[in-house]
Design a protein around this ligand. Structure first.
Ligand SMILES: [Zn+2]
Ligand SMILES: [Zn+2]
Length: 322
């Protein structure tokens, strides 16, 4: 059933694709916002691989927010500069191109047991069980349009059912977007014939899990993204539902994914929420910086609002991932 997912990833090789895949063991490195071709470079087998800062070469060093490699071009909108870590971000045409190795900068039982980021599984009283997959380094890209164009649809609660391929307006089955900590976000549904409400019991203690090809991802609020806000001094806890400001990431179409708060820490006005807790408003930071004007965004808040998972319905026209 995951074959459909792989096919959908392959089918998204798109107009934004500017270079062929690199040989095994190599990663395409983009030097700056002008370099859309890049060069393939050997990355070795360590988990902290980067051509820009080569500090992750000792196998004994765990990958963290503090030592992960972050490269954000200076012409990228401030939103990405202020809130994203552990990824390479540059302008590519009329999009922001986010390149991630999708390695969570925190412990996970889904790392190989030999990895310094590996930790023992916590079954949390017996409710949770590990899936058979092991997370691995990815070479993933998400292109977020600089100026998203709304489809003009209204997202009703009927369209948001937690199942894939039940609406023509859904995101495809691949990556939905990228979290603040460079971990891929997946939409609020499992693969066809799977049930996200059951799959959630394979989430690790950071609310993530890998699928069959090792792609680690989140479907819902998680401490990983909030840890970036803690590191930035914008929150004092990374526990979803309890942080002063809750921002998780951005979706491929331009939808901003927030938690229980607006980006300035205020409480969202539920009055105009659609079927996936989305609405359109300016995205304003805690220091009154206006990051986006009139931007569709979703609020996912544990135990609150209708939808416990990231967006299922694609509000804007384009979603490019690879
Ligand atoms: Zn999943
Ligand atoms: Zn809002």
């Amino acid at each position: 059933m995951r074959i459909a997912f792989v096919l959908s990833l392959l089918s998204t090789l798109s107009a934004c694709t500017t270079a062929a895949p690199c040989p095994a063991g190599e990663t395409r490195i983009y030097r700056d916002g002008q370099d859309t071709t890049g060069t393939c470079q050997s990355t070795g087998s360590d988990s902290g691989d980067s051509a820009t800062t080569d500090s992750g070469d000792t196998a004994a060093t765990a990958l963290t927010l503090a030592n992960c490699a972050t490269t954000v071009a200076s012409d990228v909108p401030k939103f990405y500069q202020d809130f994203f870590r552990c990824a390479d971000i540059a302008i590519d045409g009329d999009s922001v191109m986010i390149h991630t190795h999708d390695l969570p900068p925190h412990p996970s039982s889904y790392y190989p047991t030999t990895d310094p980021n590996w930790e023992a599984w916590d079954d949390r009283g017996g409710d949770y069980h590990q899936n058979p997959n092991t997370l691995s380094t990815q070479d993933s890209y998400v292109w977020v349009p600089l100026s998203p164009v709304a489809k003009g649809i209204t997202v009703t609660s009927d369209m948001v059912d937690g199942f894939a391929t039940t609406s023509t307006e859904e995101y495809n089955g691949g990556a939905l977007g990228v979290g603040l900590d460079s971990v891929l976000l997946f939409a609020g549904f499992a693969a066809p014939n799977d049930d996200i409400s059951q799959e959630q019991y394979t989430f690790d203690t950071w609310d993530g899990h890998p699928q069959e090809t090792g792609v680690y991802h989140h479907h819902s609020p998680n401490p990983g993204a909030l840890s970036v806000l803690v590191a930035e001094g914008l929150a004092t806890t990374n526990v979803p539902g309890n942080a002063e400001i809750e921002l998780y990431g951005i979706a491929c179409d331009g939808t901003v994914i927030l938690g229980c708060t607006e980006l300035d820490g205020s409480t969202p006005d539920e009055g105009d929420f659609d079927g996936q807790n989305g609405h359109v408003a300016d995205i304003v930071g805690p220091d009154a910086t206006v990051y986006f004007t009139g931007r569709y965004h979703q609020h996912v808040c544990p135990g609150k609002y209708n939808d416990a998972y990231f967006a299922e319905i694609q509000y804007y026209t384009t979603c490019e991932t690879r």
